[in-house]
Unconditional design. Structure first.
Lengths: 288, 288, 288, 288
């Protein structure tokens, strides 16, 4: 189980400031001992149309120089272009397909294997079944077009922000409906807690299809700062053989958060917890 | 003094849901008795690359059918493309210029005369003077390129969200530095209140160059729901001969707000206040 | 639009005390000016196996004597028998069918036409699709077996309490899947508010299939005591031609609430609001 | 002194979700090191009419396989059938007798010796003396009819939920009034704390008739998370020679609690406390 940190808190998404260059962000996150970095496709870091060929190469070098891996990438929905695959606007859906294809290629170029798929949300006037159909079509097309990259799309249910794919089973059903080898699952503990759901239930429900986890306490706090039961979560992840990244997606949603503090606090809590749980389970296995 | 409502609360910016089509949004806002509508360039409403020629024509018809004017437009910064004219990323600055030009043309096509200019924010590693220079260059180029449209750019200081142009004088200085006839001023009462400043001070400081006002109480509440002194603000606006739009930019920043309630509450408070103040001033003038 | 009050607050569900006999409850609610009463199938009021033939006749007489109609009935899920139609326990599902059939007959005997259907919840280890199938089967069988009663089943989405049918579209999809003439829709404003959804969106989304509404402010407060936008809700209900009952389901979930106060506060807020909105719409129609 | 965990938090009582099958619940509670499990008679776990003969046998096997004992059982009052032995409704009282008889037989079949008796609550219109008489009659009849099972009924005073048997002496008086060898006492620390009473007072007051204890901090928090003085409680229990089960009845009354966390936190606090207190007392005895 590796530990990663998402870049939103250092970018201009959601809150516009403070914001740091990607160079500075990579340097800081690597310096804190993270194994990986999850790069969000937001200005001023990694919006594909703003990245020259040279710049793309340079980012790959930066990751290597700092000894940190690209755990994953994800788009920045809402705002101007939206990137809502369930939008009634055909131009938006088409642009969303292209954006995901761009991101998959960028992910591969930077050595990553995981791209988060956000199934979108229902605009008033669209039925859920129609929105689902549109999202399924976008995901199917993207999955086919990025097959050559080796990148896996992981569907994220987002109860706090959306109204279409909100819980574990919504993501599972979408994965089943799409039925592609490069479409798997992830979840974010923040969204599970927001819905008053049990984090470890998600782990058992998603099982071997769970390939990525966003870690955050309630209210997007660093893990261990709120009410979330992270010991049970880590138990469940070890129990089910999870070997992906635990990625903090925290501290980016309001003014007044210091990104460095958020990142440092998160790893200082999570690293020892994971290690002690791994030791505990190893000991228990030996006994049997 | 006309009253307008900004579309963010009905779009997917900032929070993604609830979201309504622009058709539904125009119908509702017009139905509540607003004179104008401020359309934000965000999905699913009005992101220029997603608007076909037919769709642009149709939106103009919708405004006419519902007897409501386009008070103004504005971009949706942050998110993916950023639209930060002070970004150290040259590609982002170039894209920002193009986006403003697109928006000015769209504003003109829909019968509007006002486009809000957001001067951007400083990314860590850039000096304020450098960021200012970049923003000034973007604004100068946009002002020149949209001269033919008849649209006026109004600079908005945003203390809550940024770190470059935060207060009345910042906006005034930028206007003076650029020195173009189609570059004027606006302010948002929310940002003034956030900085613990006096709303009416902005009115007197900006004087005849004040062409647009965003109305919001503290915490982006509907006017009259928080601590803001709106009677004094209206006095100052009448006093200085302001004849632009008072535009609510409220209720869009967190889950759990009902857009209709926000819009209805706002006009139910503001319309009688403006009318009683106008009557009061008319009576006072007669006496003199 | 008629106004009704649900009996939970006077029964032993959820909190056990205070509790009143059904006779006392009917007397009080009728005395406050309610048009209807929604009787929950909980002790000590109306659990069918505890009602003798004489008692059933007597309750009908009581309603007539006090001039109040039975707006609707509903089961009390959870607790001992559960009544979860999506339970993995076949005995529980069979008992749930029988309970709904009993309730439909009781509803008809007491002069009612509406029975609320609660689609149940997912037990860990059941997939959502399996739970959905079970609930659909129960609902289909009940709909067929109660056809002779003239009672309509209205599906209620319950985001606060369950994890299967939580939002407007879930209920719509279940209604479509079952496809029976006596299966329609309802919603509860408390659950919409709990999910940070817009109450009037439910009205427009459910349209002519909306046959019943539970009214409650956030945290099951009397309407008008919390954050809910009830003026917009009533506008939407008039707009779509709703002519069912507005039923308070409030004040039953924690110690320390006085049922009479809850019931009186609710109708004192809602009755004038409905009447003024009806007058407003009538005036607007005349003008056109 | 053995430690047990009550199943409500894993069942659909009070809150309906999350809910786990009894198989999963037994596995988890045993896995955390509990000596016993208290099984509540609620769906989807153990509502007697929903249990086939095979299923009853299978549950007994499950307990044995996981090496955990049935510490006790209890009914789920309120909801539909009520199970209120003080109800003015004769049918409800008769059904309550039958339910307790069923539960005693189930308890015996699953290897348990303790069944909790909840004396019920007063419905408005009934005098306390009348309610007391009804509850005493129910308890007397149940005690006689279950004599063959070897199960002991323990009366629980419940100040938070009821208005009839609320404090230590109420339970003691009821025990004396009934005067049967298989009717004894228990108490719940949550109810003592809710009434601002001293937990250890209950221990000394009930003395040798105290056969079972429910452990919970204020607000049904895990012991050690609130204000309760558990070290003094354990002292008193050792002092009076208590050798029954300390059973957590926690974490089941509102959404947003993770049952595993509640169960784990409880035993992590209580086990070392009990062990250190036992060692302390053993040492003190030696000295004497």
């Amino acid at each position: 189980m590796k530990i990663s940190y998402n870049t939103w808190a250092y970018s201009s998404f959601y809150v516009w400031v403070p914001a740091y260059t990607l160079d500075e962000t990579i340097k800081r996150i690597a310096g804190m001992g993270y194994d990986g970095i999850e790069i969000g496709a937001a200005a001023p870091h990694a919006y594909p149309p703003h990245l020259s060929k040279d710049r793309r190469r340079r980012v790959r070098e930066l990751l290597d120089e700092h000894g940190i891996s690209l755990s994953s990438m994800l788009p920045a929905p809402s705002g101007g272009p939206g990137n809502n695959p369930a939008s009634p606007n055909i131009e938006e859906r088409r642009a969303t397909v292209e954006h995901y294809v761009d991101l998959a290629e960028l992910t591969a170029e930077w050595g990553g294997k995981t791209l988060i798929y956000l199934p979108g949300w229902i605009i008033f006037g669209t039925s859920r079944r129609q929105a689902w159909k549109w999202s399924r079509e976008v995901l199917t097309e993207v999955a086919d077009r990025i097959a050559h990259t080796g990148v896996t799309l992981v569907i994220e249910p987002t109860s706090h922000d959306t109204n279409l794919c909100m819980h574990a089973d919504d993501a599972i059903e979408l994965m089943e409906d799409v039925n592609k080898p490069n479409v798997k699952l992830m979840f974010d503990t923040f969204h599970a807690l927001y819905s008053r759901e049990v984090m470890s239930d998600y782990v058992y429900r998603m099982g071997e299809n769970l390939k990525h986890v966003h870690i955050s306490d309630n209210d997007r706090l660093p893990p261990g700062s709120g009410v979330g039961d992270f010991p049970s979560l880590i138990d469940a992840l070890i129990d089910t053989g999870f070997d992906g990244y635990l990625t903090m997606e925290t501290g980016f949603h309001r003014r007044g958060i210091e990104p460095d503090e958020d990142a440092r606090t998160s790893i200082e809590y999570l690293r020892p917890l994971v290690e002690s749980k791994l030791a505990e389970h190893a000991k228990a296995s030996k006994k049997e």
